[in-house]
Design a protein around this ligand. Structure first.
Ligand SMILES: [Zn+2]
Ligand SMILES: [Zn+2]
Length: 185
């Protein structure tokens, strides 16, 4: 495993929220974070606890966060640029690191309270995870999907750094297309 378990989950969660925004791929034109219900579904899917208001302003903050997190992926070949973005996310997210132990994760850091606004907690959690990525010299694991028509982001947590395609089907899609072209149709 490249990172601590909570960092893995935080990175995958950050990629998932970025990828709720409409993508360049034809079947990814729909914004899947467009209602309070879809935000609640995201919250449940990714195992969040704590404050969730379910109102329009919370949804707007979550939607606005996506571009700021996507910028981390787009800057991933420049650690200083990513560090600047991370520091801005931590500063504007009012991060206050506290060492805690609960559940099954062992000692780890919470940098916001569970009663802070949800979008702010997502912001700070993502930034803290990218702190680990930078310190480990592993920014190359933050990638944009290698499919020509897809700009979804991904986190390569594989041992051999072999993950090239996003989780919304590009790997299978391209494999099927290659197979059909080999079969002559
Ligand atoms: Zn915790
Ligand atoms: Zn893709």
């Amino acid at each position: 495993m490249a990172f601590a378990h909570d960092t893995d989950i935080a990175l995958r969660t950050a990629a998932a929220v970025v990828n709720t925004a409409p993508g360049t791929r034809a079947d990814r034109a729909v914004d899947t974070l467009s209602t309070a219900e879809s935000l609640q579904e995201f919250y449940e899917t990714w195992g969040w606890t704590g404050r969730l208001d379910g109102d329009a302003s919370e949804l707007e903050q979550a939607r606005a966060l996506r571009g700021r997190l996507r910028a981390l992926w787009l800057a991933a070949d420049d650690a200083h640029a990513v560090a600047d973005l991370v520091n801005e996310l931590l500063r504007t997210g009012h991060a206050l690191p506290q060492l805690v132990e609960h559940g099954e994760y062992g000692w780890h850091i919470h940098a916001t309270d569970g009663d802070a606004p949800f979008a702010r907690r997502m912001q700070v959690e993502a930034a803290m995870a990218v702190v680990d990525v930078i310190r480990a010299g592993e920014l190359s694991r933050l990638r944009v999907c290698a499919a020509d028509d897809c700009d979804d982001v991904l986190v390569d947590l594989s041992r051999n750094r072999s993950k090239r395609y996003c989780d919304s089907g590009c790997g299978n899609r391209l494999a099927a297309a290659a197979y059909r072209s080999r079969q002559g149709g």
